[in-house]
Design a protein around this ligand. Structure first.
Ligand code: FDA
Length: 300
């Protein structure tokens, strides 16, 4: 129930627009690394000091006009330059909808192409985050197009989709982030029971570790992390073939611990004014995150 409530809120464009005006509120500041790139770079420097890399998301969604999508593209180009200039260990995560996918496919493709081209000059990886089912195939199509010319681009496999097993086979030669999946999807396209999603998640991770290129295991689930550690050891998967990823502000002790144990680790660092949808999805995933909200509302 709560999950659906927060996913519903995450899709509310009116509240999203209101939230943009008021800056980071409701506890969002503990999981969003500021509203501008300078704040994000400071956060990344701190992570790097602890041996942790970053993937930077200049937050943005609900983009329905070309001007906004062009502005988002320019901001992300600015992020690429800022990462390079600061010399920090980081790459970029972005969403096709942010760059105009809901307006026009070719327009979005050309925006993404510009970003991937700019990042390739610095040998910087660009991850196309995956959104809901309606945007899944077009996002794969964009990846197919871009990878004809560039090798610094990859995407996400969401374990709740029935088609994920086929997708991971088709994209095994890519650097992939594997996740459980964050959007509300119908049973016609996705597993809806936690046990089924978890089972498929492990299956996909194991497949990509054994057959694929670099694997990013993105989860806060310690059961999965423990399983992966054991699986990698038993199957002699070299430590430079995979990494763990978690979101900024979640399970910080575990993030530090995994890095200390010598695992590659990347923290997903979101920043920007468009924090609302991202924050609501985090509340949907784990209602305990409401503690973040409560603390902010009830402390002066
Ligand atoms: P889940 O929320 O299922 O939790 C499993 C168990 O782990 C819990 O029962 C609890 O025991 C423990 N646990 C979890 N969080 C905890 C916490 N904060 N403190 C203590 N214990 C905790 N989704 C998507 O659709 N597209 C995308 O592109 C991405 N990208 C992405 C990047 C990164 C870096 C991450 C970490 C996640 C994503 N996701 C995503 C989101 C993903 O699909 C998923 O919704 C969330 O990660 C939540 O699922 P988990 O696997 O983290 O565990």
């Amino acid at each position: 129930m709560l999950k659906e409530f927060f996913i519903g809120l995450s899709q509310n464009q009116f509240l999203n627009a209101a939230a943009q005006k008021y800056g980071l509120k409701l506890g969002a500041q503990s999981v969003v690394a500021g509203t501008d790139i300078h704040e994000a770079i400071e956060t990344i420097k701190e992570l790097n000091k602890n041996g942790i890399s970053a993937t930077v998301d200049n937050l943005g969604e609900f983009v329905y006009d070309r001007e906004e999508a062009t502005a988002a593209k320019n901001q992300i180009l600015n992020v690429v330059e800022a990462i390079h200039e600061a010399g920090v260990d980081a790459h970029v995560s972005l969403k096709a909808s942010q760059l105009g996918l809901d307006i026009d496919y070719d327009f979005a493709l050309s925006n993404l192409r510009e970003i991937v081209a700019a990042a390739s000059k610095y040998d910087m990886f660009v991850n196309i985050d995956m959104e809901d089912y309606a945007r899944l195939q077009p996002s794969f199509d964009i990846l197919d197009e871009l990878s004809k010319d560039y090798g610094n681009v990859g995407t996400v496999i969401q374990a709740y989709f029935h088609r994920a097993e086929d997708d991971i086979r088709d994209y095994k030669d890519y650097r992939l982030r594997i996740v459980k999946g964050a959007y509300k999807e119908p049973a016609s396209v996705a597993y809806t029971e936690k046990e089924d999603i978890d089972r498929n998640f492990i299956k996909l991770i194991e497949y990509h570790l054994l057959h694929g290129k670099f694997t990013s295991i993105a989860t806060h689930d310690h059961h999965v992390i423990d399983h992966v550690k054991k699986f990698a050891e038993e199957n002699n998967i070299p430590r430079d073939q995979f990494e763990f990823q978690m979101l900024y502000g979640f399970r910080r002790d575990m993030q530090l611990e995994l890095a200390k144990e010598g695992y590659l680790f990347t923290t997903y660092v979101p920043f920007g004014k468009d924090w609302y949808g991202y924050f609501m999805r985090r509340l949907a995933e784990r209602p305990q995150n409401l503690n973040l909200v409560a603390k902010q509302v009830f402390t002066p």
